[in-house]
Write a protein that binds this ligand. Sequence first.
Ligand code: HEC
Ligand code: HEC
Ligand code: HEC
Ligand code: HEC
Ligand code: HEC
Length: 469
Amino acid sequence: MRSRIYIVMTIIAILAIMLALILLKKDKLTSLEQRFDPLTQSYAFTIPNLQRLAQANALKAFECQTCHKEIYDEWQASTHASALQDIQFQAELAKPDSPKWLCLNCHIPVQNQRESIVTHIKNENVLEPVAEVNPEFDPQFQQEGVSCAACHVRRDEITGESYVIGALGTSSAPHPVKTDKTFLRQTCLRCHDPQGEGITKNLLCWFESVDELAEGRKDLQERTGRTSDCVDCHMPIKRRRLTITYPDLPTRDSHMHHWVGGGVPKSFAGYDSLIQRGFESGLETKVYLAQNIVANVDFEVRVELTNARSGHYLPTGDPERFLLVWARLYDGTGHVLQEEKYHIGQEWLWNPARKVGDNRLKQGETREWNVKLNSPADLTGLQLSVSVLHVRLKSENARYMMKTKGINENYLPNGQELVANAIAHYPFASYVFHEEIHLENGMKRVFGNKELIQLSKQEQGKKLEERGY
Ligand code: HEC
Ligand code: HEC
Ligand code: HEC
Ligand code: HEC
Ligand code: HEC
């Protein structure tokens, strides 16, 4: 009897050891440095915990604000400031197959913004991170997204103290400053230029703005007489004082911290400051009617679309973005007789993510879209409208997104409601061009920026099936 128990116990012990060995073998740990190149894949690493700045006692953006108020106000209205609270971001983050820690590395990149710090991954799988609790976690700092510190503050490796990276070489700052203009101007690449192979089956946020820019540089120089980087266009220069608290300091060539992109803000309130923040569409659009309109005779409309102002492709960045060119023919009662659409963007298939099409406009490129419309028997009140919308999120994807459960409300307070009711809170698209032509008399009206913004605001709350994109 007893020997039987021994045998059973021995067998159990052997099995347990084997299981442990299998588990141990399975959990192969790889350090981040082994897996990613810190130089070209810096997005895989967080910016080490930072201390408050000596003398100025600041680290968080609202602490910089006490002196750099103007720059702070610009930053605060930018998408960088709300990179964590973005409704779509939070919905995607809640998906079980998103490598959350990697997503957060670009959207809240400083360690103090993180409850825990990933040091290793298991089994070469970015969905199995191994993390340590971060004793210096600061929940208030977490809410700041791509904060001032993400670009400007680093830790001195020897003293452990924080310093500000600047470009002017001022000696008037109360806080430590190191001058490194090149670093600052290349800091965009950390997040806007992920390098290496796609690291998960479905990692969104794989951009090529930098390659697109390099490709267009020669052409850009011919057209504008200068080469350019991201900062030249996205942070234009303004002469001003850098602080309100030191009125004796001279005005300087300062950089606007707006980073306006394609003109789709993160909230409907964001439309009110869009023009003031310097938004100008990268696109130039011209509409031509090929002939006079005659009843019952088809006619052609030519739309010329030029990427006139953006340094990269149009649109750039998120692969989901596209331009919708939309011609609509209305009868005298405002009823749509015919509509035609043309998409400019990338086409992807998912699982695994792969690009299967790309007809975006290169720098300076002009594309013609010719569309044939059927002229009705009655021309009374006949009207044509041609619109271009910059679409960030199409209804099909929004429908799916709005069903997402498990939103982390520490990241986005009231997040579950905001996601479920995204049509009311989150602009999906903006009008960047709209022209109306009365075909009876040829009278045309091209909408200005203010009217375009009015049109865009009217999308708020619209049902998905009524949106047309
Ligand atoms: C107590 C006031 C104060 C606070 C707080 C403060 N700064 Fe400054 N900062 C200054 C002054 C003064 C200058 C020098 C301005 C000048 O020379 O025109 C300066 C200069 C700078 C410069 C330019 C340095 C250069 O040489 O290019 C940067 C960048 C900067 N601060 C970033 C920050 C950031 C980021 C924070 C918050 C983490 C911050 N500052 C907090 C007062 C402050
Ligand atoms: C720490 C990561 C990070 C760095 C560094 C960074 N960005 Fe961004 N940037 C983001 C994220 C994340 C977003 C999108 C936020 C969102 O849509 O919620 C963004 C958005 C943008 C946009 C689009 C704004 C819009 O309205 O659509 C522009 C333009 C931009 N960044 C330019 C820059 C430039 C120029 C630099 C360098 C000076 C830079 N970024 C540095 C992460 C970064
Ligand atoms: C996405 C990166 C990024 C963020 C976030 C950012 N800055 Fe800057 N900042 C820059 C760059 C790039 C420059 C200009 C470098 C140059 O001179 O070419 C700059 C310049 C400055 C300067 C020097 C004067 C000037 O305007 O050129 C100050 C001061 C400054 N930033 C303060 C701040 C403060 C305060 C915040 C937060 C409220 C902040 N920055 C957020 C990238 C950033
Ligand atoms: C020659 C000027 C120019 C340069 C250089 C430039 N951009 Fe842009 N960028 C623009 C314009 C204009 C837009 C708005 C395009 C539009 O109408 O959709 C834009 C839009 C964007 C957007 C928003 C995408 C969208 O669809 O809303 C991002 C992100 C962006 N740029 C990043 C960058 C980065 C990163 C660099 C540097 C590698 C850079 N840009 C260089 C002019 C420029
Ligand atoms: C390499 C840095 C990086 C990583 C990693 C990253 N993002 Fe982003 N994300 C960005 C930048 C930069 C933008 C702004 C580009 C733009 O506006 O087109 C952005 C914008 C977004 C947006 C807004 C898109 C829009 O059209 O306005 C969403 C949603 C998003 N990211 C989700 C995610 C998710 C989910 C993950 C993880 C699976 C992730 N991101 C990982 C850098 C990153």
